[in-house]
Design a protein around this ligand. Structure first.
Ligand code: FAD
Length: 431
């Protein structure tokens, strides 16, 4: 007898969902009756390219992960611009803002994160934005006059709150577009989570050379409004300084989007708790991407999310074939990866991999480090060792050797070369 295909419903249509659909099309084509529902008006797109888009170095046409014809060819029912507002896990129905109802046999939550906002007085003023979605990027581009806006209304001064990777990418993009930009950061140097203080100094000097003012150890106090009380006119700092501006980009981190999961009584810590096979606390409900956590690990980069998509496609296939209690012993689970960081700013080469703490100092007494620098050339690198194993590396300027360090850190195997030789394969003398 002909058995109906299991209905697979994916809620959230960002990078995780787009990749999962691709993995299913490769691993289990035609196995599911698949629907995906997204709140944004676009199908899944490459969010990573929003920074280059803002900098004028990429094009919106390059963003989509798949074409409309690809979804049709895969028989995937796509619903965009219609957020899911409630999930009924007893009757297995998702309801959307437009009143539509979607039934599922298997549910995947891929709702990502929201940009965090500092709860400061005035934070709801117009002109204080985040850079999370294509709509956000287009709104900023409209305000800075890259889309034919009247000259008088153009934003000329901007403040970026947050000197991490996204904040710096946004700041360089704005400055590139002719907006005078200040970065306000609550730590001693930019990218303090990935760089030690000396690499941070090189980066801060590069920002200064691009006429971006970087204010370290800053405390944001309140936003100041224009005379009509509607729009942002400035940011006041704890020391009293007022930074006049017409635009503020908040880049102070992300908060997993877990409201549906909480409403549905799934187990949620900061994000949705799933095991290494992406199974939530309820049968037949899975989660992946920035909305989930595995053994306390949360996600903010696509590499681990793409690994999750590969695992989940296999798990869904197994459950479709053998039921929700299918044995997964031969399905490779998600495994933690060591993730390097690179800054997507033209002409600024920064690399960081491995474990160093937020002060940029060693993470244990037995860890030792060795640095090399060429101040005139603006080049710096530091390696951290534990015994014979490379634990972390930071590079500024010339990052050509980053791949070598990345694989040594990832492999955790004893390194044969001497620390000096590894620090500087070209043979220059370390200082
Ligand atoms: C500007 C920027 C630059 C970045 N650069 C890099 C980089 O260089 N390298 C890197 O690895 N990562 C980068 N990232 C991070 C990367 O984009 C994210 O890790 C990735 O997009 C997370 O995928 P996701 O699917 O979990 O979440 P998202 O891509 O955010 O997708 C979640 C989707 O779910 C939707 N949604 C939420 N709630 C509902 C609901 N109730 N109903 C329907 N839909 C819902 C959201 O609107 C969103 O479209 C960058 C992110 C940004 C914003």
């Amino acid at each position: 007898m002909h058995r109906p295909k299991p209905r697979l419903l994916i809620v959230g249509f960002g990078m995780a969902a787009g990749r999962l659909l691709q993995e299913i099309s490769l691993q289990a084509p035609g196995l599911f009756d698949t629907s995906v529902i997204g709140e944004e008006s676009q199908s899944a797109y490459n969010r990573i390219l929003l920074s280059p888009l803002l900098a004028g170095e990429s094009d919106a046409s390059l963003l989509p992960l798949h074409s409309a014809s690809w979804y049709r060819s895969q028989d995937i029912a796509v619903h965009t611009g219609d957020p899911v507002i409630a999930l009924d896990t007893d009757s297995r129905v998702a309801s959307t803002a437009s009143g539509a109802c979607h039934k599922w046999d298997m549910l995947v939550l891929a709702t990502g994160s929201r940009a965090a906002r500092l709860p400061l007085p005035g934070v709801d003023l117009s002109g204080i934005v985040s850079l999370r979605t294509l709509d956000d990027a287009e709104a900023v581009m409209a305000r800075i006059g890259s889309t034919g806006q009247a000259d008088d209304d153009r934003v000329r001064r901007a403040v970026v709150v947050g000197g991490g990777v996204l904040g710096l990418e946004a700041a360089c993009a704005l400055q590139n577009r002719g907006v005078t930009t200040t970065v306000v950061h609550n730590a001693g140097w930019p990218m303090n989570r990935q760089l030690d203080s000396e690499a941070g100094e090189y980066l801060a000097a590069t920002l200064a050379a691009r006429n971006i003012r970087f204010i370290s150890d800053a405390q944001c106090k309140r936003f100041v409004a224009t005379a009509d009380g509607q729009s942002v006119a400035g940011l006041q700092l704890g020391d009293g300084e007022l930074l006049a501006c017409e635009l503020v980009i908040m880049a102070v981190g992300i908060a997993p989007e877990v409201s549906l999961a909480r409403q549905t009584n799934l187990s949620v810590a900061r994000a949705i708790n799933v095991d290494a096979w992406l199974r939530s606390s309820q049968h037949g409900v899975f989660a992946l991407g920035e909305c989930c956590e595995i053994d306390g690990e949360q996600f903010g980069l696509v590499a681990p999310i793409y690994q999750q998509a590969q695992v989940l496609a296999k798990v869904l296939q197994r459950c479709a074939e053998s039921g929700p209690d299918a044995s997964l012993t031969d399905v490779e689970p998600y495994t933690r990866q060591s993730l390097p960081t690179r800054l997507k700013v033209s002409g600024v080469h920064v690399f960081s991999a491995g474990t160093l703490d937020e002060t940029g100092h060693q993470t244990s007494p037995s860890q030792r480090s060795l640095a090399w620098r060429d101040k005139n050339a603006g080049e710096y690198r530091r390696l951290w060792w534990q015994g014979d194993c490379l634990q972390a590396a930071v590079m500024f300027g010339d990052v050509d050797d980053s791949g070598i360090y990345e694989s040594l850190i990832e492999n955790r195997a004893p390194v044969q070369a001497s620390p000096q030789a590894l620090l500087n394969p070209a043979g220059l003398v370390p200082q």
